[in-house]
Design a protein around this ligand. Structure first.
Ligand code: ATP
Ligand code: MG
Length: 210
């Protein structure tokens, strides 16, 4: 099989964790750019399970976020989606994500891709010291945030400039709730999935339309 342990050695794997509620072109451009720049064999998108840093709002069902991520990545032969976080009980910690993925692909070099905003949080993450032994971190630029290595351990992080996409899932959800278009902010199939499942309606996310 493609993920047989013997074939994992020397494979270069990117990991893109996120809530992906919904996945948008900012995520996809960042992953594509890092894939090309670091010559990665595969970039694995990993939708979070029960979110631990987003306690305030109701996050869409994991199954919807997983399917939107599959729809968005299906056409790229180097992109895949993992269920490790949504199938694990309890809150998602990146240290568990990386340990599970390393078990599935022993010997692979792992690169964890994170936007400038998330990189700034990283020292507050569960088991932060352990993280740097499990993957090399790639911090990517994101409009509205300053990309900085935050004095993370020497050699553990590489900062990369990616094409600026001023898109966030939060803004996409608000646009849907207000009846504004999200065409071209998210892939076409994701626009259609949002409509089909009636995600992000005003009552659910608490946006008032005038
Ligand atoms: P939300 O508004 O719900 O927080 P988001 O747009 O920030 O959604 P996440 O799922 O939280 O998306 O992000 C997953 C990862 O993708 C994070 O590392 C984040 O920094 C990165 N990311 C998200 N949007 C962009 C973007 N436009 N450019 C670069 N990186 C991004
Ligand atoms: Mg975010």
């Amino acid at each position: 099989a493609a993920y047989a342990p013997a074939m994992s050695r020397d494979r270069r794997i990117g990991v893109m964790g996120g809530t992906f509620d919904p996945v948008h072109h900012g995520h996809l451009v960042a992953a594509s750019e890092v894939q090309a720049r670091f010559n990665l064999d595969e970039v694995i998108f990993v939708p979070t399970g029960e979110p631990w840093q987003k306690g305030a709002r109701a996050v869409s069902p994991a199954e919807d976020r997983y399917l939107m991520t599959v729809i968005a990545t299906a056409s790229n032969p180097r992109f895949s989606v993992s269920r490790v976080d949504i199938d694990r009980e309890g809150p998602t910690y990146t240290v568990d994500t990386l340990q599970d993925l390393r078990l599935a692909r022993p010997g692979a070099d792992v690169f964890f891709i994170t936007g400038a905003d998330a990189l700034a949080q990283i020292l507050s993450w569960h088991d932060a010291e352990k993280l740097f032994g499990l993957a090399h971190f790639i911090g990517v630029t994101r409009p509205g945030y300053t990309l900085d290595d935050h004095h993370l351990p020497d050699g553990s992080v590489t900062l990369v400039e990616v094409p600026a996409m001023a898109i966030s899932s939060t803004a996409c959800r608000e646009r849907v709730a207000l009846g504004e278009p999200v065409w071209y902010l998210v892939p076409d199939g994701v626009v259609q999935y949002i409509q089909k499942r009636n995600l992000y309606s005003a009552e659910i996310i608490g946006v008032r339309s005038e």
